[in-house]
Write a protein that binds this ligand. Structure first.
Ligand code: SF4
Ligand code: F3S
Ligand code: FES
Length: 245
């Protein structure tokens, strides 16, 4: 049995070349069993156009590199089966809201790095001196589970692209930023308290900039409960405006 003939409408633009203008280019490919959008792009690049730009590392939904807008929805190319679309036409666009590197490749790393620096997205130990020889401190299973859940974010950027508030306000930290804060707020090993996050979280760049549009929830390819994390932070502010934790 031969597969469908798929038509890919792909955004093309190379900002590295001054005379490159944005356009859509059409490719055709025969669908194979288990084909993902990533596999199709690999095949197109190998067989039809070696200049096609897109990102990938893990091919397993772990690194977040292959995020793009597939038929209007920001998601991961390596986790998207072509067979899930009834139509044989698939349109691919780069994630909006990030610097375009070329075609479907955007610089999410630059955005995530600056977000991490702004929010200090790393564990700030609660003062206890630890040595590498010390036995690892234990954590309540429920607390560990909540930290693990927030930690599943792969920083793909889909929630930023799917959020109109993030598209309107460059400084908005978005669901990915609020999930990051929640991750450390939930971690008993982190010493930070309300004052350390309030300058961002308590402003329009944080929970007050979120209009509960929930595009982040709809688009997160890891299925993170972002609504719960945003509500958790919002509740902390509402209950105790001077202290978020
Ligand atoms: Fe991607 Fe979800 Fe993390 Fe947003 S929260 S960056 S959509 S994994
Ligand atoms: Fe944006 Fe998600 Fe809030 S889509 S407005 S961060 S609920
Ligand atoms: Fe890593 Fe798709 S290539 S998530």
């Amino acid at each position: 049995m031969t597969g469908r003939t798929l038509t890919f409408n792909i955004f093309r633009c190379d900002p590295q070349h001054a005379n490159s203008s944005a356009r859509m280019q059409t490719f055709e490919l025969t669908e194979t069993a288990g084909m993902t959008v990533f596999i199709a792009l690999q095949q197109l690049r190998q067989e039809q156009d070696r200049s096609l730009q897109f990102d990938f590392v893990c091919r397993a939904g772990i690194c977040g590199s292959c995020a793009m807008v597939i038929n209007g929805m920001p998601t991961l190319a390596c986790k998207t089966l072509t067979s899930q679309f009834d139509s044989s036409t698939i349109t691919l666009m780069p994630l909006p809201g990030f610097e375009l590197i070329g075609d479907l490749s955007v610089n999410t790393g630059k955005f995530m790095r600056s977000l991490s620096e702004r929010l200090q997205g790393w564990l700030v130990p609660n003062g206890e001196e630890r040595s590498f020889d010390a036995v690892e401190a234990t954590m309540e299973p429920n607390a560990a589970e909540m930290v693990y859940e927030a930690e599943r974010c792969v920083e793909c950027g889909c929630c930023v692209s799917a959020c109109a508030a993030a598209q309107m306000r460059d400084s908005f930290i978005g669901a990915v930023g609020m999930n990051k804060i929640a991750r450390f707020a939930l971690d008993v090993r982190d010493k930070r308290g309300p004052d350390d996050f309030y300058h961002v979280l308590g402003t329009a760049d944080g929970v007050f900039g979120c209009m509960t549009l929930l595009g982040c929830v709809d688009s997160c390819p890891k299925g993170l409960n972002l609504q719960m994390q945003i509500s958790y932070l919002r509740r902390k502010l509402a209950l105790n405006p001077d202290r978020i934790i």
